[in-house]
Ligand binder design. Structure first.
Ligand code: ARG
Length: 476
């Protein structure tokens, strides 16, 4: 990510020299407000390194097909590299009057190397240029996001392995349903992230095509070599259709959709972490460094990081809607509307990276309060299904056993006790098929251990699943 300085505001907003890139046709300078309103350099300067990379590939290709001489290309490339160094070290004057990152760099090039700089734009347009820049940018951003995602998954899997036998209540409708293991719960989160990872790579693979050569919209009359620029920039291939190449932003929408699903998942984890840190649940502890206190209530320790991550889902899904709305009904080919794609996209990348980073740091530091989890699992008749299954094994049809257990639960509510605390006599009053072996299945440990099949919550399965998940990640 590039260093971002504010554009040079002292730049004369109405300077007519600034508009020489298309000055020929125009009788009056651009209105000062319009100049600022139509400029994108304030935010698209972030694309400078991709822009320069694309220009170098373009100039090299122009030489190979004989449009530029080797010496011209050399001067251009040297100039572009010097500009990249200036930008990196903060010695570049971004100018609103030069509208966007592309024209800022091109004008600076001509200032630096003279009129040979004006040859760089032969056989291309800002339309294929910007489409190329964003694809390059997103390709890199996805790599960075995938790295953070993997780090988070590693933390989850490790914790899952450690907590493979830790019993907690499993919920449906947020009501105690059946006992599960904490490790199993954590691996459910990992399963979501595993899908997210493959979706991201899929998106990256689809966007990895090079629009350069589409020029403004129809292609160019020069004998360009599109395969060469595509290969130089590490793209799989050139895009197929020049009109589509300059107008397509599907990849940005698709990326933002992937990002929104990840943020949706993080918001679900967040919600559970927030609940679990409350004194009502008290299932886990988050280290102090991920929490903040209250300025008025001395006892408070607030789970700010999960809360904020939950809240940040809003902006990311908002950006998805923005991008979809931006593209809806746009006629072919390039329209200035498309300049609006960048801010949502950049903010999505920044937000997602921050959230994943925070979670990757925080998750390994979660401590399970195993006794509290176990106590909670012991409440709410979480082994009722186990009792029903037990009766089925004794030959009672499931619907009948369901009713028998329902009666037993009603009795427990009366007596304010758990199923495992009823005497054998009392249990037998609901069904003669109940024997003293029932108590082993009414325990929480018995309940989770008996769900010992692929995808089940038994500690043995969780350990195997964690090992498998970890292998999957190693194959990346
Ligand atoms: N700043 C523009 C954008 O972000 C670059 C392309 C402008 N092309 C044009 N013909 N005005 O989309």
């Amino acid at each position: 990510m590039g260093s971002e300085q504010p554009p040079n505001q002292s730049d004369d907003a109405t300077s007519s020299t600034s508009k020489t890139l298309w000055g020929g046709r125009f009788q009056e300078p651009t209105d000062a407000f319009v100049e600022r309103f139509t400029a994108s350099v304030q935010f698209d300067q972030r694309l400078y390194s991709q822009d320069i990379q694309g220009s170098i590939a373009h100039a090299t290709m122009l030489t190979s097909v004989g449009v530029l001489t080797g010496e011209e290309a050399e001067q251009i490339i040297e100039g572009l590299n010097a500009i990249a160094a200036d930008i990196q070290s903060g010695n570049f004057n971004w100018s609103i009057a030069r509208e966007d990152v592309h024209m800022n760099i091109e004008a600076a090039l001509t200032e630096r190397i003279g009129s040979v700089g004006k040859k760089l734009h032969t056989g291309r347009s800002r339309n294929d240029q910007v489409a190329t820049d964003i694809r390059l940018y997103l390709r890199q951003a996805i790599d960075a996001i995938a790295t953070q995602l993997t780090r988070l998954q590693q933390g989850l899997i490790q914790l899952a392995h450690q907590e493979a036998a830790t019993i907690m209540p499993g919920f449906t409708h947020l009501q105690t349903a059946q006992p599960v293991t904490f490790g199993h719960h954590l691996l459910a989160w990992n399963a979501m992230l595993e899908r997210d990872y493959s979706r991201l790579l899929d998106c990256q693979n689809r966007l990895n095509e090079c629009p350069l050569g589409a020029a403004a919209l129809a292609g160019t009359t020069y004998p360009i070599d599109r395969a060469m620029t595509a290969a130089a920039l590490g793209f799989k291939k050139p895009t197929d259709n020049s009109l589509d190449s300059v107008s397509d932003r599907d990849f940005a929408i698709e990326f933002n959709a992937c990002a929104s699903i990840i943020m949706m998942h993080l918001s679900r984890f967040s919600e559970e972490l927030v609940l679990w840190t409350s004194s009502q649940f008290d299932f886990i502890d988050l280290p102090d460094r991920f929490c903040t206190g209250s300025s008025i209530m001395p006892q408070k320790k607030n789970p700010d990081v999960p809360e904020l991550v939950r809240g940040k889902f809003g902006r990311v899904q908002g950006h998805l809607v923005s991008l979809l709305s931006l593209m809806k009904s746009q006629p072919l080919a390039y329209n200035k509307d498309n300049q609006e794609d960048k801010e949502p996209l950049f903010d999505t990348v920044d937000t997602l990276l921050d959230c994943l980073n925070a979670y990757a740091d925080m998750v390994p530091a979660i401590t399970a309060k195993a006794d509290n989890m176990r106590d909670a699992a012991g409440k709410g008749f979480s082994t009722a299904t186990d009792l029903a299954d037990y009766l089925v094994r004794k030959g009672i049809p499931f619907r009948d056993s369901h009713e028998i257990v329902g009666n037993a639960v009603a009795k427990c509510i009366d007596l304010n006790c758990d199923l495992s605390e009823l005497s054998l006599e009392t249990l037998q009053s609901f069904s003669e098929s109940i024997d003293k072996d029932v108590f082993s299945i009414l325990t929480l440990e018995g309940s989770v251990a008996s769900r010992n099949h692929l995808g089940g919550t038994a500690p043995e399965q969780v350990k195997q699943a964690a090992a498998k998940a970890s292998d999957t990640i190693k194959e990346r």
